[in-house]
Design a protein around this ligand. Structure first.
Ligand code: PLP
Length: 409
């Protein structure tokens, strides 16, 4: 990994053919600066005729610095599932982040940008055997679990792995995506799961939780950290070696909610872990680093006028990277890429994605100026659970969407 995020990005596998564009954002508001850049990418004569993304690398550097300032004792381990863009992985690796991987493919992507295996937590509580064997082969030695079956499987496939017991986060986080119905040991399961690991001769190195993605009630972190301390104490009471890792998961959003969460976390760490200074605290932020750094432009590929209503088709949709609408509760506010004209008339508009399914509808009853085939719509904050979860339905492949790397100053 290179010594600066920019160098790291340029050497990251998978990015060598990507265009890197520099732009200035000092004179313009951030969104206007990105729009100006997108206009230059898609301008007349550019030959660009299909949906594309701009990834603002400097944004990630700013977010990383903000994290280190607000949570100086918590090492961020970026959750690759949120957006596996190699340039993002390269930048975060160069900045010093660790990584949360959920599968063999994600581990491979992170190792490929030069990250040490010990900076990876295999944070999927249920892992296929072959993926666990791969983790053992490459030296990833910290993995989460929340069931006795998983203990037996880890014992078989990766017997030198240290375990992190994932507990269910408290309810009430007002989250965008709830993760607690699927993963996390319930309180009455904690002691049996610790005992199962001990019987198997596996070391339980720590505790993790995830309060849910996009938590707007940041107070849930306090309850979760208190519960985690209870598990540390339960292990000691069982005569197990003291744990050394606390993993506070993800759920963070960039902006004021992050500072609020950080204040709650710092106070809770002091209160519940203040007398355990040797505990290493890590987090698994995904959305925090990815969401605001990516902007998407989709091209208008079709139009129908029905009375006063305008209907448009664009070349990305709910089966593509706008899968974040059904899966991540993203609320789209598309805006035309063309610079707005004062007093321009707007029309009630529907925007469809490109596939034949009626479900593939991006917005309805939405005000837009009159647009034509070949115009562009811009979607902000498109970095989280977008490119990662699109499909190839109807032959519209998410991986065909081009990524431009931008470095603003
Ligand atoms: N860690 C785990 C285990 C997850 O399942 C997720 C998201 O699903 C994350 C981290 C990232 O969460 P977020 O994007 O809310 O930070």
């Amino acid at each position: 990994v290179g010594s600066s995020p920019m160098q790291a990005v340029l050497v990251a596998p998978g990015v060598k053919d990507r265009k890197v564009l520099r732009f200035k954002r000092d004179a313009l508001k951030e969104k206007d600066a990105v729009s100006a850049l997108m206009r230059s990418i898609a301008g007349p004569g550019s030959g660009v005729r299909s949906a594309f993304y701009v990834f603002d690398l400097a944004k990630v550097v700013d977010l990383y610095r903000a994290w280190r300032r607000a949570l100086p004792t918590v090492r961020p381990c970026y959750a690759v599932k949120c957006n596996p863009e190699p340039a993002l992985l390269g930048a975060l690796a160069a900045l010093g982040a660790g990584f949360d991987c959920a599968s063999r493919r994600e581990i491979e992507a992170v190792l490929a940008v030069g990250v040490e295996p010990r900076s990876i937590v295999y944070a999927n509580p249920c892992k296929p055997e072959a993926h666990l064997e791969y983790a053992a082969e490459v030296g990833v030695t910290l993995a989460t679990y929340d069931s006795e079956e998983e203990v037996a499987k880890i014992k078989r496939c990766h017997p030198t792995c240290d375990l992190v017991l994932r507990i269910k986060g408290p309810d009430g986080g007002h989250v965008r995506v709830d993760l607690g119905t699927k993963y996390g040991a319930h309180q009455d399961e904690v002691v049996p799961l610790l005992q199962a690991a001990r019987r198997a001769g596996l070391n339980v190195a720590g505790v993790s939780f995830h309060v849910g993605s996009g938590a707007s009630n940041t107070d849930v972190y306090r309850g979760a950290i208190e519960a985690a301390r209870g598990v540390f104490d339960a292990a000691v009471a069982l005569g197990m070696p003291p744990m050394r890792v606390l993993d506070i998961g993800g759920g963070f959003m960039a902006g004021p909610a992050f500072d609020e969460a950080a204040a709650v976390i710092n106070a809770a760490l002091e209160r519940y872990f203040g007398e355990l200074p040797c505990v290493e605290v890590i987090g698994e932020p995904g959305r925090y680093f990815a969401e605001t750094a990516f902007t998407m432009a989709a091209r208008v590929i079709g139009k129908r006028t029905r009375g006063d209503v305008r209907e448009y088709w664009i070349d990305d949709g709910l089966y593509g990277t706008l899968s974040c609408i059904p899966m991540d509760h993203y609320v789209p506010h598309p805006r035309p890429l063309a610079a707005p004209c004062a007093g321009e008339k707007t029309y009630t508009s529907t925007v469809f994605g490109p596939t034949c399914d009626s479900l593939d509808t991006v917005v309805t009853g939405y005000q837009l100026p009159e647009m034509s085939v070949g115009d562009w719509l811009v979607f902000d904050d498109m970095g989280a659970y977008t490119t990662a979860s699109g499909s190839n339905f109807n032959g519209f492949s998410t991986s065909d969407i081009k990524m431009y790397l931008a470095y603003s100053s």
